[in-house]
Ligand binder design. Structure first.
Ligand code: 13P
Length: 250
């Protein structure tokens, strides 16, 4: 069966010292509670190796991106093998902020996904519509295209290693969460899209996380939905108590 997962996406926040401290706090808090889900923190590249040294097995570590090339003359980029060499096991790919501000396309994302998998990194692949697309009733088609174009070149075996995160762009950092029903409706659609291509077994085994203004106060209702397998948490992952409040919603 698929896993329940709560993953933090720290985005471009915290200095190295602040980040190590926050990771230690989360790591200690997890020892007290024995969570009913997998817990992952995705942190800036600069923090990965240091944080890997201070966390226990019960807390997963990921990057927020990786390059679309293995190595070479790509000044400023960080490759999937580099991320893996820090001890990280996950990588967020295709976040809407990267699609929007850094021009990431489906073609780039296919390269990144392939390199992540080759290096034993589990991609947390983000999809989601902008407000105009929802208002024009195109959100189901938009999300389907993002999955088809970014991932459907994979074999069933490769696809079963992917974690998906549905993040409606209008809900990210806005305080405006999708309702639990809106999330469930889209997650069920996503699972159908997967089932059409790879069959029910793969679809039922895929964890689909919700992201967008998820907080301790709304996590329980969202996670109670049958197709919502957890959350990808931005702002609320930067405070240990808030993040743990979401972890404890399971
Ligand atoms: P917020 O939780 O801050 O809305 O961010 C969600 C997100 O983008 C996680 O990747």
């Amino acid at each position: 069966m698929r896993k329940n997962i709560v993953a933090g996406n720290w985005k471009m926040n915290t200095t190295l010292q602040e980040g190590v401290k926050l990771a230690e706090e989360v790591n200690n808090a997890l020892k007290e509670v024995k969570p009913n889900c997998d817990v992952i923190i995705c942190v800036p590249f600069t923090h990965l190796a240091s944080i890997n040294n201070v966390i226990s097995k019960g807390l997963g570590l990921g990057a927020e991106n990786c390059a679309d090339h293995k190595s070479g003359a790509y000044t400023g980029e960080v490759s999937a093998p580099m991320v893996a060499s820090t001890g990280a096991k996950y990588v967020i790919l295709g976040h809407s902020e990267r699609r929007q501000y850094y021009g990431e396309t489906a073609a780039t994302l296919r390269e990144k996904v392939a390199l992540a998998l080759e290096n034993d990194l589990t991609p947390i692949f983000c999809i989601g519509e902008v407000l105009e697309e929802r208002e024009a009733d195109k959100h189901f088609d938009v999300v389907k295209s993002q999955i088809v174009d970014g991932l459907f070149n994979l074999s069933a075996e490769e696809f079963s290693k992917i974690i998906l995160a549905y993040e409606p762009v209008w809900a990210i950092g806005t305080g405006k969460t999708a309702t639990a029903d809106q999330a469930e409706e889209m997650h069920a659609h996503i699972r159908n899209v997967i089932a059409e291509k790879y069959g029910q077994d793969v679809a039922q085994g895929t964890s689909i996380l919700y992201g967008g203004s998820c907080k301790p106060s709304n996590a329980k209702e969202l996670f109670a939905k049958p197709d919502v397998d957890g959350g990808l948490i931005g702002g609320a992952s930067l405070k240990c108590a808030d993040f743990m409040g979401i972890v404890n919603a399971f």
